[in-house]
Design a protein around this ligand. Structure first.
Ligand code: SAM
Length: 284
């Protein structure tokens, strides 16, 4: 059985949320936090498939406010899956989509069931940012019937797979993390999408080449500094609508400004008090 590496962090309860946000933002993974109702600290577990990466993350976490301890431990794949089972459940999104973790059975076929094995990647649908993109994607599919979609920073492949289920004919998706590209391909197969249905590839949104051919819809759930730096390429890649998230509420205006300067028209903004999502359209 494969061994994963668990970074086990004990942290003051008051700092847990800030720490989990930081992990999501910096490492693009979903931490698993556990608190005892009457205790004053929490345990946060994160999983990596390389021991050296786990140790590098341990060093990076060392100065975090409220940190009590951080240890790297070997973890069998089965234990890790058990953790996920407590945190990732069947979830209805929008009018037609439903996320179904690999270990659950879809309750019926009244919705488009997206089978997802999160692996070590981000994108289970229970985070505001993923949900925002899924809802915006569904709305765009109804309103403008896109012929193509490009998913920048695909993670588990969830947005690209949703686009396929919603009937978008041509889909491409990339990530700069090869583990995510591999996981996305596995998830596409899990959803009975043929190998050629979605073109998955490894690329850095900050490098050149990925932005052609342009797509009717582009989604990017990446962090604000990257979105701003990649703004010209993201906008060049967009024929009709661009969906952006991974943005803190406090950063919404600066991301919007970067795209307004390129001529983008903001058509939707939503947030949960912490994260925010934006949709831009090409002016007709
Ligand atoms: C927050 S996750 C989003 C995953 C999925 N698209 C979703 O909406 O749930 C961000 C993803 O972007 C990827 N990423 C981060 N920086 C990137 C870059 N410079 N180029 C390409 N992908 C990047 C990460 O590896 C991660 O899988």
């Amino acid at each position: 059985m494969k061994t994963l590496w668990q970074l086990n962090v004990v942290i003051a309860k008051a700092n847990t949320e800030a720490f989990c946000d930081w992990v999501r933002a910096e490492w693009a993974i979903e931490p698993v936090a556990m608190e005892r109702p009457h205790g004053d600290h929490a345990v946060v577990n994160m999983y990596f498939d390389s021991r050296s990466v786990a140790h590098a993350r341990q060093r990076a976490a060392a100065g975090f406010d409220g940190l009590i301890s951080a240890h790297v431990l070997p973890c069998h794949e089965k234990e890790w899956t058990t953790f996920w089972r407590h945190h990732f459940r069947v979830l209805d999104i929008g009018r037609r989509l439903r996320i179904v973790p690999i270990w659950e059975k879809a309750p019926d076929r009244k919705r488009l069931n997206l089978k997802i094995d999160p692996g070590l990647s981000f994108g289970t649908g229970d985070h505001f940012t993923t949900r925002f993109c899924l809802e915006a994607l569904e709305a765009a599919c109804d309103a403008i019937r896109p012929k193509s979609m490009l998913d920048a920073g695909t993670g588990s492949g969830i947005l690209a797979i949703a686009a396929a289920k919603l009937g978008v004919p041509r889909i491409a998706a990339f990530d700069n993390d090869p583990v995510c590209v591999k996981q996305s391909r596995k998830n596409a197969i899990l959803n009975r999408l043929g190998a050629k249905r979605i073109r998955f590839f490894e690329a850095d949104v900050l490098a050149h080449g990925w932005e052609t051919p342009a797509a009717d819809i582009v989604c990017a759930n990446i962090l604000t500094p990257i979105l701003i730096q990649a703004a010209p390429a993201l906008w060049r890649a967009t024929r009709r609508q661009l969906m952006l998230t991974g943005i803190r509420e406090t950063e919404g205006d600066s991301v919007a400004q970067a795209f307004h300067e390129l001529g983008a028209r903001e058509i939707l903004r939503d947030g949960d008090g912490e994260w925010c999502g934006l949709v831009f359209a090409r002016r007709n």
